[in-house]
Design a protein around this ligand. Sequence first.
Ligand SMILES: [Zn+2]
Length: 436
Amino acid sequence: MRGVLARLVEAAWSREVARHYRDAIALESCGREAVEAFQLAKLNRLVDHFRSFPFYAKLLTGAGDKDKPLDCLGDMSRLPTISKDDITANFAAIASSPYARRRESTSGSTGKNFVFYQSRSRQPAQRASLRRGREWAGVDHFNDRTVLIWGLSPQTSKWAGRRQDLIRLLMGTTLLQGYGLDAERCIAHWHSINRIRPQLIEGYPNYLLTMAKEGARAGIVPHRATSLICSGETLFEEAREEIEDFFHAPLHNRYGSREFSSIAHQCRERGAMHIHPERFIMESDSDGELLITDLDNLATPFIRYRVGDAGRVEFADCACGRSLFNIVEMVGRTHDVIRTPSGTPLPGQFWTTLSRAVEGIEEFQLVQRSPTDLELRVKVTDVYEDGSEAYLRKKVQSVAGAEVTLTVVKVDTIEPTPAGKRRFIINEMEGRNAGR
Ligand SMILES: [Zn+2]
């Protein structure tokens, strides 16, 4: 019954979702040439569309563009790359276009809140690829009961929150709070999971790992889900083993970001992550930085966009029967985790959400010197008030414990690494994390 309801909700959402979904399936088995032809046609329409944005037309001209459609995907290198800074610098033009429907900001790992717009056309494409990615991992998107263990959502509007609650209810999805996950909360979550008996459990790797560690410590006998999916942080191999051992279920990695939602997903073979062929063209530049083109966002030109992660992209036949472009190596994700004296993990998401709660924080960086000594470096604008320090300290202490001291230091710039990456968390206690 719930599956039928969920399908009705999806159908009512838009016929566009069904169209994207059909494209996605067709492209999985038609070979590289057909995938590239499909992507090229969409790319040429996209570039043409953004030519009417003066700042993008100027970027094109600057890169030597001759105002002609591309003949093949190999010609993409003649298009300019675009960075977060380019988009921020031209934000007013993007925001004033009739395609700018939904304002969003990244909750990413860079320590800088980046604001951009989605067009109406992006949402159905996103829904279709989310469904398809889950299916690659063996999940029945409409019928499987799902438990999500995520942090606080950056979504602030009351109505948007209620709409999300309703969709989750119809989809048989339960959201468990991973924010401030400690032993006590883990056990409570395990009781919920054992009662709900979900087929799918999704969360950040570090939340799933904490659930495994605390579950083992407390002697919990876990309900066996069919499938686990993680995203949002680097998945380390040791963590994968420990999670799979305790949950007794296969863990599938997903690569996504706030700008694009699901970009690539592991299938049941759990090899390289398959890139959604109907939505994204991915390349890597000479330094190995991934460049992403979102073929469905008509509001912000994410064309050869420097996403800030490094990796390698390759077309390959997979044992699952699909022939697709894949991310074969993924390095450089920067969502490190700070642990408090009691062992509570405070992942990147926690600090991003915290920084957003205070007006005027433009960029931040966290340095952990000892379990109880944290320094938050902030680059601020004029609207920042010095009194905010007390609020930030109180928030951190409420999760990390009263013995933790947080010093807030105002800085003019936050220095990137020699490779140009922003260091979001510097953990001076763990050499492994330093410099990531
Ligand atoms: Zn596969």
